[in-house]
Design a binder for this molecule. Structure first.
Ligand code: ADP
Ligand code: MG
Length: 277
């Protein structure tokens, strides 16, 4: 572990770049929000971070202030046409040390175009291998709400899966399928893959249901679940429409404070050796 010498509160850097896929085939559980705000928090504490937007909706790209140019090149060109990540990564406005490889709607076709390509499950992994990741501390991959080839590419390229779970009814539904997919990828394509982190999102402390769901998830996943609960917060949902993370949009809001704490847990867990070797 080494600490970068700038900033008031600088967190320890991992020995090598941690590649984390943020996945849950359910839509609307907070994947994109979690990816964007964890990435911003880490970058604001001395980490060099790249977000890879792997969802054709491009919500992470929008939230990180990427302009939608007509002919803009995106992660699609990396997956399907072998463009280098270095050419695709763009700096995120106002947050030093944070880059985004954007997604555009082109990516919607990639799921099908990839099928005929050699090593179709490992396109993203190959792109990472060609990138000098010693320049980065974290790569966060925002997955689409499905378990198709794009999510499989993320799981083959990552060492860690982070699962956001929304504290609502049916929260655990479909989770078995996700866990089976992680196991399948681990046994056939990427032996180093593990679920490292569960984040409870959109927690509403006023409802008994939310705390019941949180308890149930903790019983099931134990220490994988971050202590920090991310509360439901209007500021979190407003930020993307300003092309910002909540970390810059309203850093004092409850949502921003929670994502900062969640990111801190992630950074320090690795140091303790609890999750990452
Ligand atoms: P996913 O990427 O899993 O589809 P999103 O991150 O896009 O989920 O979140 C779904 C919706 O919920 C978005 O409109 C987002 O702004 C909102 N949202 C996410 N987290 C919070 C939160 N903590 N408080 C309030 N709204 C949230
Ligand atoms: Mg999303």
């Amino acid at each position: 572990m080494s600490v970068r010498g700038y900033g008031e509160d600088t967190w320890p850097r991992p020995k090598s770049c941690r590649v984390i896929g943020v996945a849950n085939q359910k839509g609307g559980v907070g994947k994109t929000t979690t990816t964007v705000n964890l990435a911003a928090s880490l970058a604001m504490h001395g980490q060099r971070v790249m977000v890879v937007d792997l969802d054709p909706q491009g919500n992470a790209s929008t939230a990180l202030g990427m302009e939608r140019e007509q002919d803009s090149r995106s992660i699609y060109h990396c997956l399907v046409e072998d463009a280098g990540l270095r050419d695709l990564a763009r700096p995120v406005p106002d947050i030093p040390n944070l880059w985004c490889v954007p997604a555009t709607i082109d990516l919607a076709g990639a799921e099908i175009e990839l099928v005929s390509l050699v090593a179709r499950e490992a396109r993203l992994k190959r792109a990472f291998a060609a990138y000098d990741s010693s320049e980065l501390d974290y790569i966060l991959i925002d997955c689409p709400p499905s378990l198709g080839l794009l999510t499989v590419n993320a799981m083959v390229a990552a060492e860690e899966v982070l699962i956001p779970i929304q504290c609502e009814y049916y929260a655990l539904e479909g989770l078995g399928q996700l866990l089976r997919n992680v196991d399948l990828v681990k046994s056939h394509l990427n032996p180093t893959l593990d679920i490292s982190t569960i984040v409870l999102t959109m927690y509403d402390g006023r409802t008994r249901l939310a705390s019941q769901v949180a308890d149930e998830v903790r019983q099931h996943f134990g220490d994988l679940v971050l202590k920090t609960l991310v509360p439901r917060s209007v500021r979190v949902s407003e930020a993307p429409s300003y092309g910002q993370s909540v970390m810059t949009y309203d850093p004092g809001s409850t949502g921003a404070v929670a994502y900062m704490e969640a990111a801190r847990e992630i950074a320090y867990r690795a140091e303790a050796g609890a999750v990452v070797q």
